[in-house]
Design a protein around this ligand. Structure first.
Ligand SMILES: Cc1cc2nc3c(=O)[nH]c(=O)nc-3n(C[C@H](O)[C@H](O)[C@H](O)COP(=O)(O)OP(=O)(O)OC[C@H]3O[C@@H](n4cnc5c(N)ncnc54)[C@H](O)[C@@H]3O)c2cc1C
Length: 499
């Protein structure tokens, strides 16, 4: 009984970690990331010679793979038709594409896993896709990961070496978009954000140079690449991360009747951000299709210790869970569960197809959704809790997901990396399916604004967000603008919320 219930929730869990403002985003993506029409415009023979010069593959309209190549994770953006998608095989291919785009005035967009909530990894110009550069190598406490690697492959290949990096849940998210925007995940309270373990990156800048940036070389670009958001400064091709050794972990999923929702929010927010670093959890409030209340999480330790740590939370909620699933498992299997692939193979945990990062037996679905977010710097008051619970209880198909922060994430200074939200207690995602989603999302987000404040996470990029610079970057916005002016003075890399 638990297994079926939990599998369903886990699948949803991985979807909730997403979000998008679908329709508005589609419009913005087609109009803006590629909105500036080429002044001269490449001829068909220009495209042919670009394709011939690449070690990788250039896919153009008319190619049998074109429709598959242009699609992102969220089908809401399927209407956008790039002039070409370049599956670059190496940094020189990327440099070649950038030179072409500049010479002929073609709008250019970088793409790794294609999960941009706003669809801003596609456009009507040239999409530079890095997914062929997806090797994962680990040795001596470091992992070198190609910018096109997807999270399921990163976890799986590192697990074979007994190590891992802190990263996100969705198996098909690309390591590039995730890292450049920060990277929140189920072991972040223990090991930090993905960008916190980034030691260096290789990136191709607008002038075609391939730079290796770290604390001593191009340190400002290195700093900006740790939370400043994808698509802004260049095309990343490789990342070097510090790894941690893996061990068995405990997963848990607890449900209560909806009548406990207010008590659960109050108890969870007073517990989760302040628990020991090894304990991560989220609170999931859903109307999809019926009201549902779940607290799930991962503890980096044995089951008995996890059960003990859950006791004060359960006591505060004031009632034993109506269903309780707590299991000790391997680190790798836990990541597969969190990915929404608890019973499949790694190969099945991909998108189906023949393009890079797709597999013949892939069955990981795409998802049409839209979403908005907040970063909560303070606990909700009882009136804030009431508003939140009331919004979820309204008709529709939607979820609010609170992910605990604190721990190692909070011990880094807000200006040490470009990710500024070190003081946040948890992130908040409002997630809804497409039909009728926009009205509910806007209203719920607006109703919670006075309670949560105006902070947002750039990886949950939101085309409808006003004041986005301050919301995403806080006090780091000024330094990010200087880095942009230094490395991309001609603004080759642009989209509606580009720095
Ligand atoms: C289902 C789902 C689950 C998610 N789960 C999590 C989670 O657990 N934790 C979390 O923190 N976030 C999560 N996210 C958000 C995710 O981190 C962002 O959407 C991220 O930007 C996706 O990266 P990507 O490479 O897959 O996407 P893409 O759409 O390819 O890229 C996102 C942005 O980065 C740019 N970019 C892509 N590749 C490069 C490159 N090589 N160099 C420079 N810029 C580049 C793109 O132009 C775009 O602006 C999730 C999203 C979804 C849809």
């Amino acid at each position: 009984m638990h297994a079926a219930l939990d599998r369903r929730n886990l699948l949803r869990l991985s979807a909730f970690a997403a979000a998008a403002a679908a329709t508005a985003g589609a419009r913005a993506a087609s109009g803006a990331s590629a909105g500036t029409a080429a002044r001269t415009g490449p001829t068909p023979s220009d495209w042919t010679s670009l394709g011939r010069g690449l070690a990788g593959r250039l896919i153009r309209p008319g190619d049998a793979s074109y429709d598959a190549a242009r699609r992102l994770y969220n089908p809401s953006f399927d209407g956008i038709r790039p002039s070409a998608v370049a599956y670059c095989a190496n940094p020189s291919d990327v440099a070649e594409c950038l030179t072409f785009a500049k010479r002929l005035g073609v709008p250019v967009t970088s793409r790794s896993g294609g999960h941009s909530y706003a669809g801003w990894s596609t456009g009507t110009g040239l999409v530079i896709d890095v997914s062929r550069m997806n090797t994962v190598r680990a040795a001596s406490g470091r992992a070198v990961v190609g910018a096109g690697a997807q999270l399921v492959d990163v976890y799986d290949r590192l697990a074979a070496r007994g190590v891992s990096i802190p990263a996100g849940s969705c198996p098909t998210v690309g390591v590039a978009g995730l890292t450049l925007g920060g990277g929140i995940g189920v072991v972040a309270r223990k090991y930090g954000l993905t960008c916190d373990v980034l030691e260096s990156l290789q990136i191709v800048t607008a002038d075609g140079r391939v730079l290796t940036c770290d604390a001593d070389h191009d340190p400002d670009l290195y700093w900006a690449s740790r939370g400043g958001g994808g698509g802004n400064f260049g095309v990343a091709v490789s990342f070097t991360f510090r790894t941690h050794a893996t061990r068995d972990v405990t997963l848990f999923f607890l449900h209560w009747p909806w009548s406990r929702a207010r008590k659960a929010v109050a108890a969870w927010q007073a517990w989760a951000p302040f628990a020991p670093d090894a304990m991560w959890s989220n609170l999931h409030l859903s109307q999809d299709p019926a009201l549902d209340l779940q607290i799930g999480g991962l503890y980096l330790g044995p089951r008995a210790e996890c059960e003990r740590l859950l006791e004060p939370l359960i006591a505060k909620i004031g009632r034993e869970p109506s269903s309780r699933y707590v299991v000790q498992t391997s680190y790798r299997d836990a990541m597969m569960v969190e990915a929404g692939c608890p019973s499949g193979t790694v190969s099945q945990c991909h998108r189906a197809g023949t393009l890079p990062n797709q597999t013949a037996d892939g069955r990981f679905p795409r998802d049409a959704f839209s979403a908005k977010s907040h970063m909560a710097y303070r606990p909700l008051s009882s009136s804030g809790i009431g508003t939140l619970v009331d919004r979820i209880a309204r008709p529709g198909r939607h979820t609010v997901l609170l992910d605990a922060l604190g721990g190692a994430v909070g011990r880094v200074r807000p200006d040490a990396t470009a990710f500024p939200h070190r003081g946040a207690l948890f992130s908040v995602q409002y997630y809804a399916h497409r039909a009728g989603a926009a009205a509910w999302l806007r209203a719920a987000h607006a109703a919670m604004g006075p309670h949560f404040g105006d902070h947002a996470y750039v990886n949950y990029i939101d085309p409808g967000l006003s004041g986005w610079r301050q919301a995403y970057y806080g006090g780091n916005a000024g330094r990010l603008a200087k880095v942009k002016a230094t490395y991309d003075p001609g603004r080759l890399f642009r989209f509606p919320q580009a720095i």
